[in-house]
Write a protein that binds this ligand. Structure first.
Ligand code: ADP
Length: 405
């Protein structure tokens, strides 16, 4: 009896595959509510549903065997591929096969093909159809997953390429800017000397202002060059042993010359030597000091404090200026990040100084962090280990450089 029934069912499915598909489509449309059902997209793809029904007919066995699993896995891949090509959404494609299963079972029932089935036999049939349909649905989902992954990888690859091109462009452009600025600086100095000799001090003062602006331009170019070096892992370090107090004194004296409105005070002496890149450390301190000056336009005092901690020197630069909102405090060390506020004053800058400073400190196995309250001021902390303060890869790099010299 059951064998017969299976033959009948298989025949029915082959002959009525399109009826089942149409019923499934109707149910799907009802479920989505008319206008959300994208007929022109979904209908083109319906040939696959007819194919699934026919394949199910071919693989039904009275004994409930699952030997069609591999076949449905391949069919699911093919259907999934078509769904992606036909631009169905994942939901449209998966819902489609679920409605197909429901329509198939309803058609079998309404055509009295399940009537004489025992509960066990009905369970077997329903189970096999269910598993095959599930395999198709899950393969569709995997195909979409793989497809999305491929697209994401492609987008990531392109973004990386764009970022690389951008970095290369910044590198080349800043390199080109450097030469004329250096020449301008040279001519400015020569002219300044001549004017001073000729007693034209007024013009010489204008030229020294021009020279100061050229220095600013040089710092900006230097920052941009450093960033491209950091990005391509080419930031070089030259290590030496030196007194940290002396370096602090030098940086402070130089920065003091740039401002009449601020008074920079040093408190505490470390009386310790560190093994580090002196120029790079100077760059960090200069950046912190110039920020302290820039971001405290109305306040006069800046305090530089040194603390001898266990194993590391800590240098603090404190200002009583505009401060940094809590939400921005973590981000100010990111490349190009600048705090944007509704402050009447907009401060000039590229948002690179702290990024470079934090990279320099990282490479020294040190740290940089900030404590700040908006409207009250900021304290930047730099901690530099006395020993072992350069990462291994940097050491290797420097050793290689020495070998080449
Ligand atoms: P730049 O000053 O060129 O914008 P930085 O990387 O040095 O770049 O600083 C990043 C941002 O952090 C600045 O735009 C500023 O908003 C904030 N900032 C840095 N130092 C201070 C400070 N001492 N006081 C207040 N804000 C600061």
């Amino acid at each position: 009896m059951t064998m017969n029934k299976y033959t009948q069912i298989k025949k029915f499915l082959i002959q009525n595959a399109d009826v089942i598909q149409k019923r499934a489509t109707k149910e799907h449309k009802k479920f989505l509510g008319g206008e959300k059902f994208r007929s022109e997209v979904i209908e083109k793809y319906q040939i696959n549903h007819i194919r699934i029904v026919r394949e199910l007919a071919k693989h039904l066995r009275a004994k409930g065997s699952m030997d069609g699993l591999y076949h449905f896995k391949k069919l699911g891949d093919r259907v999934g591929h078509d769904a992606v090509t036909d631009e169905l959404t994942l939901q449209e494609a998966v819902d489609g096969v679920i409605f197909l299963k429901q329509a198939l079972m309803s058609e079998l029932k309404e055509n009295q093909l399940l009537q004489e089935f025992s509960i066990d036999k009905f369970y077997d049939l329903n189970y096999v159809i269910g598993v095959y349909i599930d395999v198709v649905a899950s393969r569709i989902a995997f195909t979409y997953h793989d497809n999305y992954l491929e697209k994401i990888n492609e987008v990531t690859r392109r973004l990386e390429e764009v970022a690389k091109n951008k970095d290369e462009f910044i590198g080349a452009a800043t390199h080109e800017l450097k030469t004329p600025v250096t020449a301008l600086k040279g001519y400015t100095q020569v002219l300044q000397m001549r004017l001073n000799k000729a007693g034209d001090t007024r013009s010489a003062t204008h030229l020294s202002k021009m020279d100061a602006q050229l220095n600013r331009l040089n710092t900006l170019i230097g920052d941009l060059l450093d960033v491209t070096k950091i990005e391509s892992g080419r930031l070089q370090f030259h290590l030496s042993k030196f007194e940290i107090d002396e370096l602090i004194k030098e940086s402070v004296e130089l920065m003091q010359q740039t401002t009449d409105r601020h008074h920079i005070v040093i408190t505490g002496l470390l009386k310790k030597k560190v093994y580090a890149d002196r120029d790079r450390l100077n760059q960090v301190l200069t950046n912190l000091l110039s920020n302290a000056i820039k971001y405290s336009p109305h306040q006069g005092e800046i305090i530089v404090k040194t603390i001898a901690n266990v194993g590391a020197a800590i240098i603090c630069v404190q200002d009583f200026g505009v401060g940094i909102p809590k939400a921005s405090q973590k981000r100010i060390f990111e490349r190009f990040y600048r705090v944007s506020g509704s402050k009447e004053t907009t401060f000039p800058g590229l948002g690179l100084g702290l990024y470079i400073a934090s990279e320099i400190m990282k490479r020294h196995n040190g740290k940089i962090w900030v404590e700040s309250e908006q409207g009250k001021g900021s304290t930047f902390y730099v901690s530099l280990p006395y020993k072992n303060n350069i990462r291994q890869e940097v050491n290797t790099f420097v050793e290689e450089e020495i070998k080449h010299e």
